[in-house]
Design a protein around this ligand. Structure first.
Ligand code: FES
Length: 164
């Protein structure tokens, strides 16, 4: 049981670690991180590589002496972790309650549909972003846009495609 493994200090044999993860391994060792620090290690690894591929998840599992299934389970559960590379443009549709009622599902479908086959555009969703009065809300490359429609989302994707 992983729960029986608590607060063990990490002793990494960096010689056996994929060279990509050397700096992360050194950071884990220098901070004395253990399997209770899984979230922090996943955040740091993603910050370094942009997303968490199978190799990265395997490294984290080994470094923290956790089952890969547990590391994958955490990484895939939280919206903040990405398991695939992101495109240059990111379009996030808020699917919180107010946005859902205002048609977010349709916007998300439109964005996914328009972005099919575009490696430069990543479409995602998130829970309430805060400005519910402006629902439905979309974040396009970090810019928060309220009162969106399927047509405006289609234009956002078209612009992103054009700029790629
Ligand atoms: S539900 Fe979308 S901003 Fe609150």
């Amino acid at each position: 049981m992983t729960d029986s493994i608590t607060n063990q200090s990490v002793a990494l044999d960096l010689g056996e670690v994929d060279a990509r993860f050397g700096s992360i391994g050194e950071w884990i060792a220098s901070q004395g991180l253990s399997n209770g620090d899984l979230m922090a290690v996943l955040h740091r690894t993603q910050a370094e590589f942009g997303y968490l591929d199978r190799g990265a998840l395997g490294f984290v599992a080994r470094a923290l002496r956790l089952p890969l299934s547990r590391v994958y389970g955490v990484a895939s559960f939280y919206h903040n972790f990405r398991l695939t590379p992101h495109g240059r443009h990111e379009i996030i549709v808020c699917t919180g309650t107010a946005c859902h009622i205002a048609g977010a599902t349709r916007l998300l479908e439109e964005a996914h549909c328009r972005a099919v086959g575009l490696k430069s555009v990543t479409v995602g969703s998130t829970r309430c972003l805060g400005p519910c009065g402006a629902a439905p809300v979309v974040v396009a490359d970090g810019e928060l846009l309220g009162g969106q429609t399927a047509e405006s989302v289609s234009e956002i994707v078209a612009r992103a495609r054009h700029e790629s």
